[in-house]
Ligand binder design. Structure first.
Ligand code: NAP
Length: 221
């Protein structure tokens, strides 16, 4: 029987590429990609009922996320809560839930998603940076706590990846200028992020934990 891995955000973008990569790579692996109708990270009841039915997993990838840009005076309570819940609080709840099963099974692998805006920042990304710096902190603290139980947890911090999120937040006319600032002169394809996620999830990863792996074509170098 292969491993069972839960991937959030599997409907599109990076999460979908991660799920496709894992299914291709490990044919005996069960990759769970619940649609929002089964797991809505903004809905406490949905999270609880999804977790109540979830069988123990060997791996978790918290890829779902949102990025609502805004000037300081535009950040209303609803947006603050939406960003904090989707990007930070719900991922923590999923880790809380799956870690117990992983401990009982002797270990596991968890991958969280930060961003280059969780390592440095840029104007109008206040909420995004709050949550993504938070994800890095959460990952480090949990690596220390869960390491003795054989659970390795790492954070991926992508630069600019060609997904709906980037298409929405980086207008086409700005993309060429931006690519000129990236040493590799292009944005990433989701599949390029997925390959690193697969390694961190694999049993070949025996000693990397608590790290933020920046994958940005050299942008922050
Ligand atoms: N794209 C980039 O350049 C980039 C850079 C750095 C970091 N990241 C991070 O990488 C991760 C994936 O980003 P992406 O570019 O693939 O984003 P995306 O294309 O916009 O996809 C977002 C995914 O998150 C899911 N999602 C959002 N809100 C949800 C909710 N309340 N409940 C359940 N699922 C929800 C979406 O599901 P639905 O289809 O149901 O909406 C979708 O599957 C995110 O954490 C993002 O912050 C992305």
């Amino acid at each position: 029987m292969g491993r069972r891995i839960l991937v959030t955000g599997g409907s599109r973008g990076i999460g979908r590429a991660v799920a496709e990569d894992l299914r291709c790579r490990w044919s005996d692996c069960e990759v769970l990609t619940p649609p929002r109708s089964e797991l809505d990270l903004l809905d406490e009841v949905s999270i609880r009922s999804f977790l109540a039915e979830l069988e123990p997993v060997d791996g978790l990838v918290n890829a779902a996320g949102i990025n609502i840009l805004g000037k300081l005076n535009e950040l209303d309570d609803a947006t603050i809560e939406q960003m904090m819940t989707t990007n930070l609080i719900a991922p923590l709840k999923l880790i809380q839930a799956v870690a117990e099963g992983m401990k009982r099974r002797g270990g596991g692998r968890i991958v969280t998603f930060s961003s280059i805006w969780g390592v440095r920042s840029r104007e109008y990304r206040t909420l995004y940076s709050m949550t993504k710096f938070g994800v890095c902190g959460m990952t480090r603290a949990l690596a220390r706590e869960l390491g003795p139980a054989g659970i390795l947890i790492n954070c991926i911090a992508p630069g600019f990846v060609l997904t709906e999120m980037t298409r929405k937040n980086v207008p086409e006319e700005e993309r060429e200028k931006l690519c000129a600032e990236i040493p590799l002169r292009r944005m990433a394809e989701p599949e390029e992020i997925a390959r690193s996620v697969a390694f961190l999830l694999s049993l070949e990863n025996t000693y990397i934990t608590g790290q933020t792996i920046v994958i940005d074509g050299g942008f922050t170098a």
